[in-house]
Design a protein around this ligand. Structure first.
Ligand code: DLL
Length: 446
């Protein structure tokens, strides 16, 4: 970040609006010097590996097959000798097979449906829930939320971790939570306004939906108390961030997490908005080459792999997230010492290969949002013609020249040739949670 930007952000970053004191939820943990952090990580890693080995047949079997015992983990580098865990392992041991604690000792279950087969089920002990709440509280504070704020929580409540994860975290911070969930968008607009929400929690696509409904209703949320949006659960682009910031009049902060590891609050941006701090006292982050499985250098893109350090019910050893990101350990302007993940551009399995060109939906999104007169709602339709995959981009516009403009800009900026279907305003389905960006009509492999 340039000195000018640092100067602009510095006074705001950690200053409590009412006390003008630097504000961290857990200053000692968040600013822990690297040496102390690594010591803590190693102690916790050894305990986690032992728990997993002693209590989960899959982990014990995999380690034995690799000729490893828990006591062989003597340094943080030894992490690389441990076998990976995959999403399919959770499915194959459905529902509770990877739990390290008896089901009766758990206080909660969550699940995600996914597109194929059985859901992935995750469990939490009482302590896991408390840890999650404090990591979410830390994440809220890192994003700029403060005790006493009204937090309007539009993440879905239920088996999805977004709603309850944000809810417990906001309460733990000392905020006043409005447990809205998704849907009833007109009502959301009214309550954001009337209850004086300072913080909005939603998926970025739903935040945009809220903005659109507010504009239609003639409610100017830019004049409301809203100051911070905590947006995540799906990939989104820098262009989308600017669009939401402008239309809702808030600072849009990126938050990342996944149910297999915990839920929201695994990593979050600080007010510098320059990468997401991954909470390294609770998780180990690696970025690997998805083909070879070998770690890539800091700054290089690859698949994020996470090991939990404090989870009791569902310890995860080298979980392959399929999410693509880059890791940086450079010092951050905010003073936190924890490594940062760069914006998660998409998932390995969301990547489309169109005539040999790798395309992530977020790349197309960035182009569409930059175009005048094209609404920021879109879907990508993938079909198979002969042996080739074809891409059609569905957008909304009232401009007769939209089709050619979109085709041209996508070709020149993403490098892919796509057909474009222009729909009337309002015709692309709106999201109330995670947006469906891709309609894959290719025949399924049997
Ligand atoms: O989406 C947890 C969450 C809730 C995160 C609310 C943030 C806010 P799952 O439903 O298990 O959990 O989906 C996890 O969503 O592996 C990523 O592919 C994607 N994802 C989550 N956050 C981001 C983000 C929740 N900030 C999967 N940017 C992950 C890009 C994200 N993708």
């Amino acid at each position: 970040m340039t000195a000018v930007l640092q100067a602009r952000y510095a006074p705001k970053i950690h200053t409590h609006p009412r006390t003008s004191r630097a504000f961290f939820f857990d200053r000692a943990a968040e600013t822990m010097p690297r040496g102390a952090l690594q010591k803590l990580q190693l102690r916790r890693l050894r305990a986690t590996v032992k728990e997993a080995y002693d209590n989960v047949a899959l982990h014990r079997g995999r380690m034995e097959a690799a000729g490893l015992r828990p006591r062989d983990v003597r340094s943080l580098e030894d992490l690389r000798r441990l076998p990976f865990t995959l999403k399919s392992d959770l499915r194959d041991h459905y529902p509770f097979g990877l739990f390290a604690r008896p089901r009766a000792k758990l206080s909660r279950l969550h699940a995600s449906s996914g597109t194929t087969g059985k859901p992935t089920v995750v469990g939490y002990t009482h302590r896991d829930i408390a840890t999650w709440a404090s990591l979410m509280a830390r994440s809220f504070a890192c994003a700029g939320a403060r005790p006493g704020d009204v937090v309007h929580n539009a993440y879905g409540y239920g088996l999805f971790t977004g709603g309850l994860g944000a809810h417990y975290g906001a309460e733990r911070l000392g905020a006043t939570v409005v447990p809205m969930s998704g849907g009833s968008t007109e009502r959301q607009v009214l309550l954001i306004h009337d209850f004086g929400a300072r913080v909005l929690c939603a998926t970025p696509s739903y935040a945009l939906n809220i903005a659109e409904v507010a504009e239609r209703e003639g409610a100017d949320l830019r004049k409301s108390q809203l100051a911070i949006g905590l947006f995540g659960a799906e990939p989104w682009s820098e262009a989308m961030r600017r669009e939401i910031e402008q239309r809702l009049g808030l600072k849009a902060v990126d938050i990342y997490g996944l149910s297999e590891i915990m839920g929201p609050g695994v990593a979050v941006e600080c007010e510098a908005q320059d990468g997401l701090h991954g909470w390294e006292d609770h998780f180990l982050f690696e970025v690997i080459d998805p083909d070879s499985g070998r770690p890539v250098a800091d700054g290089q893109a690859g698949e994020l792999v996470i090991t939990t350090l404090t989870k009791q019910a569902l310890p995860m050893i080298r979980y392959r997230t399929r999410d693509i990101t880059r890791l940086t350990r450079e010092r951050c302007a905010c003073g936190r010492t924890h490594a940062r993940l760069k914006r998660i551009t998409g998932r390995n399995d969301d990547m489309l290969i169109i005539r040999g060109v790798n395309v992530y939906p977020s790349q197309i999104e960035a182009v569409l949002i930059g175009l005048e007169g094209i609404a920021p709602h879109y879907q990508l339709v993938v079909e198979r013609r002969g042996s080739l995959d074809e891409l059609t981009i569905e957008v909304e516009s009232a401009d007769p020249g939209a089709q050619e403009r979109v085709r041209h800009h996508v070709k020149s900026m993403v490098g892919v040739t796509a057909a474009v279907r222009v729909l009337k305003p309002g015709e692309v389905p709106r999201s109330q949670g995670k947006a469906v960006r891709v309609r894959d009509l290719r025949p399924k492999a049997s």
